[in-house]
Design a protein. Structure first.
Lengths: 411, 209
């Protein structure tokens, strides 16, 4: 462990002057993935090696920073580069490039559960600049979740099959998957083609039909049971959809024994993997996520659960806010300071320059009455001392000069 | 003399959020924030105060000032948010169309033409052909196209009954998908709440006696 700490210290010292921007992103996943034992060692290794190519990388496994487990040592040594490349591609804000980077990373860790991979994927995106790109965040996270769903299917397909050609298929983009898969076994082409339907054509749909005839009835009933809440436009698609569900596992729970010996796609339990239903599911998740945001915004809605009541509350709140604007504008039209304030000049120059100091420092202007009596020609002098305006107003309005405020109200 | 209360407004809205429990929400790098950002609030204050000073200084018809102040509030909200939100774009277009209409109404012939067109055509009638410059006409046509009722996307899951009420409330919400409507509503609520806070502070400061 001493070498670990020494190396960590050295690397930290090296990294801080250079202002390595990837350092925090390495620590981030390390913190979030600590519950998982496998990722813990790798993340600690990553955290220790902020430098992408540390000299310690080439150490023999015996000196591998005291990781302790030879299993993970071997795996990490074998796949450290891919992991680093994966993390690097994740850390850089090139989001279109990130998914492909993660696809590559996924092949290096066949033992990883998809959850941790999803957590790894989500975290750099969650470090995004803030709500200005709220929409982009949601979109990219949704995209990533869909990709994760595809990769779920692919990884599970890998594990189930153990075929080399499907593992090669995992590497490429999902569109190319159909080609090596079609050359494969009978029912094997159906699996990946079902899993990422948004990105691909349906090459072997008719080939799947003849496999499904026996199971189509039960699939139809299951699909009918589970897609109750979908739109009517899913109805005409259902015959096609059932023909594509050649594997008996998709509409059933994972605990059910598979009826046929096809590729078993790990869809979410109890949900269909029709292309339209996937899109519908994504959309529903988006909507529920935004409803949650709105729930945070609207006060007093934390106890209300349910979309309809929530929507009523939101509408009431927006209406009340608009009514408040109306009422306050009425009030403001009545109250008229009638002072010759050069707001524009003051605001444009002072508030935007010294916003930080203005907000944080408080002082007392010694001659506040003087200030109020004679409207300042130079706003610079007034800037340097900021007054607690409640006191100022109290004093001013008590003074006879305060009449200027009062007489304006009843002009 | 006015700068103390402007600074106090800044404090009340933007900068003293360090003591606010809301700050915990904002520091988390998630996209959901419960209150508007400090630069947005600053821009709100800037635009609204400028409009207020202009309103108070320039015209004195007391009855119509309420409406003008309300319009100034929404305009300052839209300008503070900028063109990156659909609702702010819709508000800006509304304000521009209104400004062009009012500017065209200054000349008497233009006023007559505008009134005739308003009566005959849709409510979003732009400046008339004779008085308005070409550039105004082009953008007014764009405003008309934007303000024309788009086909309401009713083919969505969930809320047909109440979603149109929300669409009527949120500016520019008529043509959106339900998903983006919710997002726009969230941002609109944030900005609206900040505007209400600003106006409340102003009203308090002006009328504290």
């Amino acid at each position: 462990m001493e070498t670990n700490e020494k190396n960590a210290n050295d690397l930290e010292e090296k990294n801080q002057p250079s202002g390595h921007s990837q350092q925090p992103s390495f620590h981030g996943p390390g913190f979030s993935l600590s519950p998982e034992p496998q990722m813990d060692s790798s993340s600690s290794a990553l955290a220790a090696m902020g430098n992408p190519f540390p000299p310690g990388l080439w150490n023999p496994p015996g000196q591998n920073f005291g990781l302790g487990e030879t299993n993970t040592n071997a795996m990490l040594n074998g796949h450290q580069f891919s992991s680093f490349l994966g993390m690097l591609s994740a850390a850089t804000p090139a989001y279109p490039g990130a998914p492909s980077g993660f696809m590559d990373c996924g092949t290096g860790f066949p033992g990883l559960s998809a959850n941790s991979l999803g957590a790894m994927m989500d975290h750099p995106f969650s470090r995004n600049p803030p709500m200005g790109s709220f929409q982009n965040d949601i979109e990219t996270s949704r995209e990533m979740n869909v990709d994760e769903g595809c990769k779920d299917a692919l990884l599970t397909g890998d594990r189930q099959q153990g075929d080399t050609e499907s593992s090669h298929g995992v590497d490429a983009s999902s569109k190319d998957l159909s080609k090596p898969e079609c050359s494969g076994g009978a029912g094997q082409d159906e699996g990946p083609s079902v899993s990422c339907p948004k990105k691909r054509k349906r090459p072997s749909q008719d080939r799947g039909v003849k496999h499904v005839q026996e199971g189509s009835q039960q699939l139809a009933t299951l699909a009918a049971k589970q897609e109750k809440d979908d739109d009517d436009k899913d109805e005409p698609k259902r015959p096609i959809g059932t023909s594509r569900k050649s594997n008996g596992k998709q509409t059933e729970d994972k605990s059910d024994a598979p009826k046929e010996d096809y590729i078993h796609i790990r869809a979410r339990s109890g949900q269909a993997t029709n292309s339209h239903s996937l899109a519908e599911r994504v959309r529903r998740e988006k909507i529920s996520e935004r409803m949650k945001f709105l729930q945070d915004l609207v006060p007093g809605c934390s106890k209300v659960i349910g979309k309809a009541v929530m929507l009523d509350e939101i509408i009431n709140y927006v209406q009340s806010l608009q009514r408040q604007v109306e009422f306050l504008s009425m009030k403001l039209s009545a109250v008229n300071p009638a002072l010759d304030f050069n707001i524009e000049r003051i605001l444009s120059k002072d508030l935007f320059q010294s916003q930080g100091t203005a907000s944080s420092t408080f002082g007392f202007l010694p001659d506040i009455g003087h200030q109020f009596l004679h409207p300042p020609k130079h706003s610079q002098a007034a800037l340097h001392s900021i007054v607690n305006p409640a006191d100022a107003f109290g004093r001013v309005t008590n003074a006879p000069v305060g009449c200027t405020f009062k007489e304006a109200t009843h002009q | 003399e006015d700068f103390p209360w402007t600074c106090r407004l800044m404090d009340g809205k933007g900068a003293t959020e360090s003591s606010n429990p809301n700050r915990v929400v904002e520091s988390v790098p998630s996209a959901a924030v419960a209150s508007a950002s400090a630069p947005t609030k600053r821009m709100l204050a800037f635009h609204f105060l400028r409009a207020l000073s202009r309103i108070h200084g320039a015209a004195g018809p007391a009855r119509r000032r309420t409406r003008t102040i309300r319009r100034a509030a929404y305009s300052s909200m839209a300008r503070a948010t900028g063109p990156r939100r659909a609702w702010s774009r819709a508000l800006l277009l509304q304000a521009q169309a209104r400004a062009r209409r009012s500017r065209a109404e200054t000349s008497r012939r233009a006023a007559v033409l505008v009134r005739r067109r308003v009566v005959a055509g849709p409510a979003a009638a732009p400046a008339p052909a004779r008085a308005a410059p070409v550039g105004g006409q082009a953008s007014a046509a764009a405003a008309r196209a934007a303000l024309a009722p788009p086909p309401p996307p009713a083919r969505q899951a969930g809320e047909p009954a109440r979603s149109d009420a929300l669409r009527r409330l949120v500016p520019g919400g008529a043509g959106m998908e339900y998903c983006s409507l919710l997002e726009e509503t969230a941002d609109y609520v944030r900005c609206l709440r900040a505007q209400v806070q600003l106006m409340q502070g102003l009203a308090d400061l002006f009328s504290c006696q």
